[in-house]
Design a protein around this ligand. Structure first.
Ligand code: SF4
Length: 63
């Protein structure tokens, strides 16, 4: 499982990341999204798509 941290102070709900991780914006108020189905490359694409650098990947099961 990978935890994607969302800095809700930075996020402007532009929707760019939704193209890679549908449903992510619904998790903004909580400040994180647990990702189990997407590969790390998809998650990196979502992070790179954020113009505000609001996304950070926190791997919880990687060596
Ligand atoms: S791309 Fe960044 S600013 Fe836009 S909705 Fe996603 S987290 Fe928020």
């Amino acid at each position: 499982m990978i935890k994607l941290l969302i800095d809700k102070k930075r996020c402007v709900t532009c929707g760019n990341c939704e193209a890679w991780l549908p449903g992510l914006m619904a998790h903004v108020p909580r400040g994180f999204m647990a990702v189990e189905s997407a590969d790390t490359e998809t998650i990196r694409q979502a992070i790179d798509s954020c113009p505000l650098d609001a996304l950070t990947m926190e791997a919880t099961n990687e060596a």
